[in-house]
Design a protein around this ligand. Structure first.
Ligand code: ARG
Ligand code: ZN
Length: 876
């Protein structure tokens, strides 16, 4: 069943207030919902009240406290319909349902994880708790009473402020919570169990004291210190940068070990995958610290962008997610190195979102139709949504952008808003017309920009001819030209900036060319020497440039741009053609020719002590096998891509052996461990060098030594990863893997690193390794983190292993999808997206992939989630 944006209409009934009472029991939890409604003024006076439900047992139904006559209502597997309701007066419906948290393996609604009751309601999980108008435009004030066994559940939490609690006879107790802020059901949360707590306080801008609490498994309290610190920094930053203050007396985070995603922004009671809370130097990598900081901030920032202002319907998901990702990106950029953060964002955007946009699952930032909303929590909605927000900031400049956001907060506080509402605020403060810009929300596909330049020495003019085209995507064969803001700089031969006297050809603000036509020429006057154009600086627009710049021009940018992002981009632009040519050569058996300019430029940047180590580490990380495959675009042979990349890396490693040895020595940090960005950058550079050294020496000795010497998880796991990637069969590698296992087997989150490192080992033995690990003692198919670490890493990050030519990788994955679909459809659907680029493969592999997809497609009893993805992947 397809839901269409165009069909939106408000509900017939307004929900005035919600009173919930939970009597918790592992298998028989009773939920009483007292709902006060009135019919909307302009609604049909005969319209029934239709409430959504899923996997519920209806125990009783009251109308104004009296049992409802059976003829007045109708229950179906997914709804409760009530007729003959008052024309205008308020009325009360009391619904009692029975649910089974233990049996809830989907992890949507109320479930139990490790003995802790918790909830996940976004997007449509609340209907698995009680019958309800479970849609984001129904905002209401909630009171929640929780009754539970006191010994097993000393802790009873819900949204808002604590009202009180007491004993409740027979070893039970209760607690009551009241959330004064009207909210949609997807922001409801309940937690009950026995957990440890870390406490702190935060004093807001206006001087209110907020109690901060992070709940974790007993004994893990010290590992929540970094998350608490990140929370306080987020609260302060949101006040300083966006003027947003927190609005309740208490802010709580609960970490649980079974969770389908990263975390959830429930009002006042965020629930997290514990992977994104728990950290200490012994068990967390620098990446883990950065993720914790970003996700704690993201969920906190949702309090304004998502909760105070929510979405009218799920088509508007990017309204909260794109904006909140933009906010967390800015936060991390302010806390760390802005350029390095930007590089990481763009790497991620290209490898995930561009791939999505180029395949059968492509959809607009704001989709117009969906069959299963769970499948739209994508990098397009989140990350491209963030880039679209960033472009608004680029077009308006910081001051007007801030004014527009302030207007948005003022105008829509307490509402369920739309993308149009959001964009209108920026139009209103600037007087700009955003009609063409808004195509970014509605057209899918990555714009392809052609760039050609001409220099006229006599006339002292430099002309830039730009063309834009957006490839066809599912449901959108033809596109309109978009408004694409391209930041630029012109560099002279010495690398210094050139200032044109005038620029003609279209709208140009200071350092931005506004490409708005399909073909457009900008002419720069007063340019006395042949300039080098640096375009799309800072990645101002999420597009692909087709611009063949000479290696010399790219090398100039790589050495002299003052935008570090553009320097990195130039290195990537030098590397990709070399790598794709190498892959073609590897594919037809001819010799792979390394490129001298690329190698020299890369080594120069790597050795440049004036640059921050984190940036140098990024420079040394050449495009991945997936990046190369995407650049080739069709008839992909993953083995050839792998051989090509290894050959190029090997060549860099050999030439740069001394450079890498020097870097490796100079980046050793002898002091106490600190997770700060500068220290993390040194570790990143050191470990990048270690990987090249392993390549050059062809011996596991250095990595084995690094493994033995490591005093933190970043170094330890990087050394293990170098051993596993380069020397999978070496004794040193086996010894390191077992030592890691015996040291960390009590910590499942750390064992996930052990799983994913092994899952990523390339080559034909990969699948056998996966199945052996699945049969081993540490794997647990019921835990999403374990499944993602092992099976997800294999399918998403091991091209040669997964795409083996005999198709066994695909058949294995199909079996796993069908298995997981029975217990946790969202997890299964997400794993299946690893097959989305199957049409790009050479025809033998593509045929195997298609057959495996057909096995899934023809299986009985598929979930809506997997059905939707498999259909689109096979069709598109
Ligand atoms: N809103 C949550 C977050 O960004 C994610 C919820 C995911 N829900 C889902 N059904 N996929 O931050
Ligand atoms: Zn979010």
């Amino acid at each position: 069943q397809v839901i269409n944006l165009a069909d939106y209409r408000p509900t017939d009934f307004v929900l005035e207030r919600v009173d919930l009472t939970f009597e918790l029991d592992p298998t028989e939890t009773k939920v009483e919902a007292r709902l006060i409604f009135h019919r909307r003024e302009d609604a049909d006076p005969a319209a029934p009240l239709v409430l959504a439900g899923e996997d519920l047992v209806l125990v009783s139904l009251l109308f104004d406290q009296m049992e409802m006559e059976p003829g007045r209502y109708h229950v179906s597997p997914d709804s409760l319909t009530i007729n003959d309701l008052p024309k205008s007066e308020p009325f009360e419906i009391t619904i009692t349902t029975m649910i089974n948290p233990e049996a809830n393996t989907q992890l949507m609604g109320l479930y139990r994880s490790n003995g802790v009751y918790c909830t996940q309601c976004e997007a449509e999980g609340f209907r698995r708790i009680t019958y309800f108008p479970d849609r984001p435009d129904v905002l209401s004030v909630y009171t929640v009473n929780i009754i539970a066994d006191k010994a097993a559940n000393p802790l009873l939490l819900s949204n808002g402020n604590f009202l009180g609690g007491a004993g409740y006879g027979e070893g039970k107790h209760f607690a009551a919570w009241f959330d004064p802020h009207p909210k949609p059901s997807y922001l409801f949360a309940l937690v009950a169990g026995d957990l440890g707590v870390v406490e702190d306080t935060f004093t807001t801008l206006s001087g209110r004291e907020v109690a901060l609490k992070i709940y974790v498994e007993h004994g893990k309290e010290p590992n929540a210190a970094y998350a608490m610190d990140a929370l306080k920094r987020s609260m302060k930053w949101d006040e300083e940068v966006f003027g947003r203050e927190y609005d309740l007396d208490i802010f709580m985070i609960v970490a649980v070990s079974d969770f389908n995603f990263g975390a959830m922004e429930n009002k006042g009671l965020n629930i997290f995958n514990d992977k994104y809370i728990l950290a200490d130097p012994e068990t967390a990598t620098d990446q883990d610290y950065a993720n914790i900081e970003a996700i704690v901030a993201h969920e906190y920032f949702h309090n304004w962008t998502g909760n105070r202002i929510t979405c009218r319907d799920w088509f508007q998901l990017c309204l909260k997610e794109g904006l909140t990702v933009y906010r967390d990106h800015e936060f991390s950029a302010d806390q760390r190195s802005r350029a390095v953060k930007r590089i990481a964002e763009v790497r991620h955007l290209r490898s995930e979102q561009f791939a999505e946009d180029a395949g059968p699952l492509a959809h607009p930032v704001r989709p117009a139709a969906y069959k299963e909303i769970n499948n739209f929590y994508t990098t397009t909605v989140y990350e491209k949504g963030s880039e679209v927000t960033r472009m608004i900031a680029t077009i308006l400049g910081a001051d007007l952008f801030k004014k527009g956001l302030d207007l948005y907060f003022e105008r829509h506080d307490g509402q369920a808003a739309t993308v149009e509402d959001f964009v209108q605020c920026f139009a209103d403060v600037s007087g700009r017309d955003f009609t063409q810009f808004s195509l970014w929300y509605n057209q899918s596909g990555t714009p392809q920009i052609s760039v050609e330049t001409a220099f006229d020495a006599a006339a002292k003019t430099f002309t830039v001819n730009l063309g834009q085209s957006i490839p066809p995507t599912p449901g959108q064969p033809v596109k309109q030209p978009m408004h694409i803001p391209l930041k630029f700089a012109l560099l002279g031969a010495d690398g210094a900036g050139l200032a044109p006297t005038t620029i003609t050809g279209g709208d140009v603000s200071e350092d931005v060319l506004h490409l708005t036509l399909q073909n457009q020429s900008f002419t720069f006057s007063g340019i006395a020497e042949q300039p080098v154009l640096s375009l799309n600086r800072g990645f101002s627009a999420p597009v692909t440039l087709h611009f063949s710049q000479s290696p010399e021009a790219l090398s100039l940018i790589a050495r002299h741009e003052n935008d570090l992002f553009s320097r990195w981009q130039a290195l990537t632009d030098m590397a990709l053609p070399v790598l794709t040519a190498a892959a073609k050569a590897a594919g037809n058996g001819s010799e792979i020719v390394p490129d001298a300019v690329l190698k020299q430029t890369l080594l120069t940047v790597a050795a440049d002590d004036s640059l921050e180590p984190a940036f140098r580490a990024q420079a040394l990380t050449i495009p991945s096998e997936m990046d190369i495959a995407r650049a080739i675009g069709s008839d992909i042979d993953p083995d050839a891509v792998h051989r090509a990349r290894q050959t190029i890396l090997g060549d860099i490693a050999l030439t740069g052996a001394d450079t890498f040895a020097t870097i490796y020595q100079s980046m050793q940090d002898k002091g106490a461990f600190s997770p700060d960005a500068a220290s993390a950058g040194k570790r990143a550079l050191k470990n990048a060098a270690l990987s090249y050294l392993a390549h050059a020496s062809k011996s596991p000795t250095a990595a084995a030594q690094a493994f033995a010497d490591a005093d933190n998880m970043t170094d330890l796991s990087q050394a293990l990863s170098v051993l596993a990637q380069h020397f999978p069969d070496a004794e040193e590698t086996q010894a390191a893997l077992s030592s890691f296992e015996s040291r960390f087997n009590g910590n499942p989150l750390v064992m996930d690193k052990w799983f994913s490192i092994q899952a990523g080992i390339p080559g034909e033995k990969a699948l056998a390794r996966i199945t052996a690990l699945m049969a081993g003692p540490h794997f647990n198919a019921g835990n999403p983190n374990r499944v993602r670490a092992l099976i997800g890493s294999f399918a998403f990050s091991n091209p040669t292993g997964f795409h083996r030519p005999d198709g066994e990788g695909y058949r294995f994955l199909a079996g796993e999808i069908l298995f997981h679909d029975k217990r946790n459809p969202q997890l299964a659907a997400r794993l299946l997206t690893s097959m989305r680029s199957w049409r790009m493969l050479e025809k033998n592999r593509a045929a195997h992939a298609k057959a495996a997809l057909e096995t899934i497609s023809t299986a009985d009893g598929l979930s809506n989630d997997v059905r939707d993805i498999v259909d689109r992947i096979l069709e598109g």
